[in-house]
Every structure is written in C-alpha cells, then in structure tokens.
Design a protein around this ligand. Structure first.
Ligand code: GLU
Length: 418
C-alpha cells in the first residue's frame, strides 16, 4: 500500500494513535480531528508593474480552548489547505506541550517569493493581512514567521493591521523586528530551543556532543542558525548541509562563513571544498545527529531504513512520517519530535506577545533563560510520559502527544465544551 503523505491525514493518524493510547473521550477525539475554523481567501494585489494579480491564501484556527490561535504564515508555491490544517494542528500540540496560553493556528499563501520584488512582496503581505483581518488579532489569533516569511513581512502586517484599526496593535503578530517591538532573541529562538533539547537528549542518551558529527537539512529560519549554534554551544562538527538547491558534504567539517557566502550567491551547494550531495543523500549520511530543518515528509517509509544517524532532531515541522516513525523506533534510533524540538520559536513568540501586551521589555539573557526553563521542562515531561507508558513502548512523539492532548482536553472540559 502506498504511504500516506497528505500532512493533514498524517496529523489525524498521529492523533488517533495517541487517542487510543490515552483512551481519550470519543467526543473530544472527534472534535480534535478537525479544525474549528478554516478560511480560504482570494485577493487581488496591484503589482508594481501596474498589473493586478490574484492570490489565494489560508488561515486555519485549529483549536482555541487554551487561548488565542498561534502559528506562522508560510509563503510557498505549493501551499495548500491540507498542509495548513496539519501545521495548525501541530501548533495546537506545540503550544499545549510548552504550556503557553495559546491554541494552534497556521496561515499560508500560494506564492513563489523568489521571483518577487520587495515592493510586490510588501503589497502582497499587506493585502493578505487585510483579507484575513477579521480572523486575527492579539486576543483571537496571533500569526508569526514561517517558511519564506521574515521579520520585515511581520512588520508590514503589523502596520497594515494597526492602520485598519486606527491604533497600534503590535501584539497581533510576533517575530517582528526589534525596531517594531519584536523580542530580543526571537530571530534564532527556534534553533536555540532545539539546541537546549539536543543538550538534554544527549545527556539522556550519553552522547558526547563535543565529538558529534551533525548533518543539517535546510538553511532557512531554523537550519542556518542551528548549524552555527551546534558548533558554538557544544563544539560539534557540522559535516553536511543542504537547501532546496542541493547540499554539500565534508567529513572534516564545513565553515559557517563560507556557507553564508555560497548561500548569498544562490545555494549552499556552491560551497567550495566539499562534495556535492542531494537532499536525499544527506539523510543517509553516517552522522551522530541528523537535523531535518526544512519541510515536511523528508524521512519516509522509502528511506527510513537507510538513516544511519544515532539520533534525529526534528527542527522542521512534520519531517518524519508515521511509517518512518515506526521504522526508526524499531531500529532504536530516537527521533526527538518536532513540536518539542522546534517549540523555541513559539515560546519566544509568547514572550514577545506578553511584552507587547504589557509594554515592558526584557533583556536577551532573560529571554534565553526563560526559554531554557520552559523547553527543558517540556523535554522532561516527554521523557517521563514515555517512561510511564513503558508497558506499551511508545515513542517520544506519542509521549508528547499524550501530554498535549490531555491539556487541550482539560481546557475544553473546563470551558464546558463537553
Ligand atoms: N512558525 C513557527 C512554528 O512553526 C513559530 C510560530 C509562532 O511563533 O507563532 O512554530
């Protein structure tokens, strides 16, 4: 049978499995299988050429029992509603596991930003936020950056939304630049959080990170900071990296500065002094830690038995399919689940929102130390939940699911929804 690769079906399969493990109430389970609100918008944008182009965008509020929706906006040529629904579901579990006061949401626009001018990108960002304007806000649903979006785009959106309401509403979106009341430490927080999880996981598995060889797939918001940090924080050696254009491998280690230069010219595969590899080949390398930090469905039934890493650290959302999960688990390769590993981004988004709402701003040291406290606590929660279910031998992902679902279900019950 062909493997299920529709991200939303995958999110439902994971939920069903966790519901069974925890004997979840049937009504709650049914409600958690679908988003509470799913919006599709078609909107015109006047491009700087003078022509008007129509775009399609989405915003899904998966569940808001624990608080306003929270989740990024992706600008991607292959964006579709099912991927956004899946990512919104995963945001729900991410915020619940981190125990921050948000539900889950996600947005996206079908667009190839690589071929867009800055002026057109700004016009698109403003029109998109206008189109979903009545569904977002500091106490309804709070967007943030994700694949191919960045702090500048968040700033344009905050500005447009503030104009729509005739007052500044910085708390309506996070991941803003510091000049517009973003948070210290937000820019690399996804990667920093991932490093704290790696530190704890290595302690648990008795892995010496100073001697570790690391491969990173992806050079975006998460991956490019991760490859720098893993060396700076632990002295590990990054031996392979890739982006959507291809990758490079060098057993002696890669130089971060030289990688940035290659990327500035187009792709990391222009790096001199390494062997060119494909994205697929990167996943099979003999390394200690494999960090998928790009997009979903990278480790699947087709290649999970070829993974030679001793540990997988899922910095992307949804990089490992359920079939691949089973194969890795049987092979004794722990995969640290995405909604734990990459929760640093949304945790610092929470700090940013709290700072915007209160009008009081924190230092970088404060941000990182509070992030460390929260994500380390989440990691321990997951390890303890996995131990409690030892009779059933569940993986870390299912352990994380049982905690997150339990918290969302408890809020739904307290609200009197069932
Ligand atoms: N896009 C990030 C994620 O997938 C951050 C979301 C947020 O900060 O709201 O977790």
């Amino acid at each position: 049978m062909a493997e299920e690769l529709d991200p939303f079906k995958i999110a439902q399969i994971q939920l069903d499995e966790a519901a069974e493990i925890m004997d979840l109430d049937k009504q709650v389970h049914a409600m958690l299988r679908e988003p509470m609100q799913s919006v599709t918008v078609n909107f015109p944008v006047r491009m700087h050429s003078g022509a008007t182009k129509e775009f399609t965008g989405f915003r899904v509020l998966y569940n808001n029992a624990r608080g306003p929706g929270k989740g990024g906006i992706r600008f991607h040529p292959a964006e579709n509603i099912d991927t956004v629904k899946a990512l919104a579901a995963w945001m729900t579990w991410k915020c619940a596991l981190a125990d921050i006061p948000f539900g889950g949401a996600k947005g996206g626009v079908i667009v190839d930003t690589k071929r867009m001018s800055e002026t057109d990108l700004e016009a698109l960002s403003r029109q998109y936020i206008r189109s979903i304007g009545s569904f977002v806000g500091p106490h309804t649903d709070v967007p943030a950056p994700d694949v191919y979006t960045n702090p500048q785009i968040m700033a344009w959106m905050a500005d447009e939304y503030s104009k729509m309401h005739g007052r500044d509403e910085f708390g309506m979106i996070t991941g803003k630049p510091l000049e517009l009341w973003g948070s210290q430490g937000r820019f690399d927080s996804t990667a920093v959080g991932g490093m704290y999880v790696l530190r704890e996981a290595a302690k648990l598995r008795k892995m010496n990170l100073r001697k570790a060889r690391v491969a990173v797939q992806g050079f975006g918001n998460a991956g490019h900071f991760a490859l720098d940090l893993v060396t700076k924080m632990f002295g590990s050696k990054v031996v392979a990296i890739s982006d959507s254009g291809g990758g490079v491998y060098s057993p002696g280690g890669l130089d971060y500065k030289k990688l940035q230069e290659a990327k500035a010219k187009g792709s990391v595969d222009d790096y001199r002094g390494g062997q060119k590899i494909t994205n697929e080949e990167l996943l099979d390398l003999d390394v200690d830690v494999l960090i998928p930090a790009a997009i979903e469905n990278q480790i699947t039934k087709a290649n999970a038995d070829k993974v030679r890493a001793k540990m997988v650290l899922e910095l992307a959302n949804g990089p490992v399919t359920p079939e691949a999960d089973k194969i890795l688990f049987e092979r004794g390769i722990p995969s640290m689940p995405d909604f734990l590993v990459n929760s640093g981004g949304v945790i610092v988004s929470y700090f940013e929102w709290a700072q915007n709402i209160s009008g009081y701003y924190w230092t970088k040291e404060d941000v990182y130390s509070r992030l460390d406290t929260i994500i380390t606590r989440s990691f321990r929660d997951v390890v303890n939940a996995q131990r409690e279910h030892k009779g059933r031998k569940i993986n870390y992902r299912m352990a994380a699911y049982t905690i997150a679902i339990g918290r969302v279900a408890a809020a739904m019950k307290a609200r009197g929804w069932y």
